[in-house]
Design a binder for this molecule. Structure first.
Ligand code: BEZ
Length: 250
């Protein structure tokens, strides 16, 4: 049986509740500026929407992800995709660029990720990524922590993510031999068309599942806590996203 504390992905649920993730990737794609004929690794490719986009621009793309559901969805788009933990990449000097959108915050061993990226790149290759930065989903995490505190839950399950500040991430990259060309925090309040409860269930089910028969009540409590901060008068929810965007060279 799978570990109930582990994040599980369904490409179908992701398509319904999180399509905004790839829809909002224009900025980081501009930083990548893929060129026809380049070999590009899409690290944490998710359901492959952006991997396919890179392929359509003429790049030779490989996607990797640790979710079987996502790898199946990516392959179904006709894109090369492999099941692989981004913290244990197995490529050596194969890629002109490593690209990553909205995935690195799921990989807490950032040093292992950067090691693998450095090894995967050809000399002079570039690493262009966007993921959650310091302060990302702060209100959402705080609400879950409040729910966890009131119910005696495991607070670690409220925030399993890696959201570094730019200076800390730059130091880590430089410590692995990268030269950082640009790095920035980009606040990006993000509309949640299908609502907050769906976001919480898609991205943090293990936190709520720990409360067993009270999981639904815990979810409703979190939504209630968040309502004044993140829901407008018309009932529209916004997530308090802050992205960290970076371009670095080996
Ligand atoms: C994000 O894309 O910032 C994110 C996604 C899921 C959970 C937390 C953050």
């Amino acid at each position: 049986m799978s570990d109930p504390r582990r994040q599980q992905w369904s490409a179908t649920a992701y398509d319904t509740h999180a399509r905004f993730v790839s829809d909002l990737a224009g900025g980081v794609l501009e930083w990548l500026a893929p060129r026809a004929g380049e070999r590009i690794l899409d690290l944490g490719c998710g359901d492959g929407v952006l991997t396919e986009e890179l392929k359509s621009q003429g790049a030779h793309v490989t996607g990797v992800d640790s979710s079987e559901s996502f790898i199946e969805a990516t392959k179904a788009r006709g894109v090369d995709a492999r099941l692989m933990d981004g913290q244990a990449l197995t490529f050596t000097a194969e890629f002109d660029a490593v690209f990553s959108n909205a995935a690195l915050h799921w990989m807490p061993d950032a040093a292992a990720v950067i090691d693998g990226v450095s090894r995967a790149l050809k000399p002079g290759g570039r690493f262009v990524a966007e993921f959650g930065g310091h302060g990302n989903v702060a209100a959402i995490v705080t609400a879950m922590r409040a729910v966890g505190l009131s119910r005696g839950g495991d607070l670690a399950l409220a925030n399993p993510w890696y959201f570094p500040a730019p200076r800390a991430y730059q130091r880590l990259l430089e410590g692995h031999g990268f030269t950082v060309k640009r790095i920035a925090l980009v606040p990006r309040p993000t509309a949640l068309k299908t609502g907050m409860a769906e976001w919480l269930l898609l991205f943090r089910k293990p936190f709520f599942a720990q409360f067993g028969a009270d999981a639904e009540a815990a979810l409703a409590q979190a939504v209630d806590l968040l309502h004044p901060a993140l829901c407008d008068a018309d009932g529209n929810w916004t997530a308090d996203y802050v992205r960290l965007r970076v371009e670095a060279f080996t």
